[in-house]
Design a protein around this ligand. Structure first.
Ligand code: ZN
Length: 174
């Protein structure tokens, strides 16, 4: 219902796996953290999506979150929104232009817009989401003339594992 594996993704997966290094961690390690957040979210009964926000200059993880929609009763409590809110609080400013965001699923239109507003430098995401995504699918938020900041984007990083986690979750719901 949420996810399907896009055929074009294996090339970008390999590209993502080769990955540049930041402060001792690489893209895959950050995605590992995001994946752990996704798994934890699934165990709480949330759609298993997880994300981490990274200070790109130091390589430090600033915050990590999974979806908390069910727990908080807040339809906007997607992992990316929680990270952006926490990051802005920690830095004391609304723009996070020195930050990279890693998330296990292609952001929805709401989160893509928030990522743009927050001036996130780079966006890495795992599984593609043809049903509800807003980056490579649907409104393609970053490609619109009304979008004033487009991060660098790498999709399909660790895609298979991220997609399988979501598929297993929805299989159990049925
Ligand atoms: Zn979202």
């Amino acid at each position: 219902m949420y996810v399907s594996i896009a055929g074009a993704a294996s090339a970008s997966l390999d590209r993502g796996r080769r990955s540049r290094h930041f402060g001792g961690m690489n893209n895959s390690s950050y995605m590992d953290h995001a994946f752990e957040q996704a798994r934890a979210a699934g165990l709480r009964g949330e759609v298993p999506v997880g994300a981490v926000l990274v200070d790109a200059s130091s390589g430090a993880i600033i915050s990590a979150a999974g979806n908390r929609v069910e727990e908080t009763g807040d339809p906007t409590a997607h992992a990316e929104m929680l990270l952006i809110q926490e990051g802005a609080r920690k830095f004391g400013r609304p723009r996070l232009s020195a930050c990279d965001l890693y998330v296990t699923l292609e952001p929805c239109p709401m989160c893509a817009a928030a990522i743009s507003f927050a001036r996130i430098r780079r966006l890495f995401f795992g599984a593609y989401d043809p049903k509800s995504g807003g980056v490579d699918h649907g409104p393609r938020v970053f490609q619109q003339s009304t979008c004033h900041h487009k991060p660098e984007i790498v999709g399909g990083l660790d895609e298979t594992r991220c997609a399988e986690l979501l598929q297993a979750f929805f299989r159990e719901l049925r």
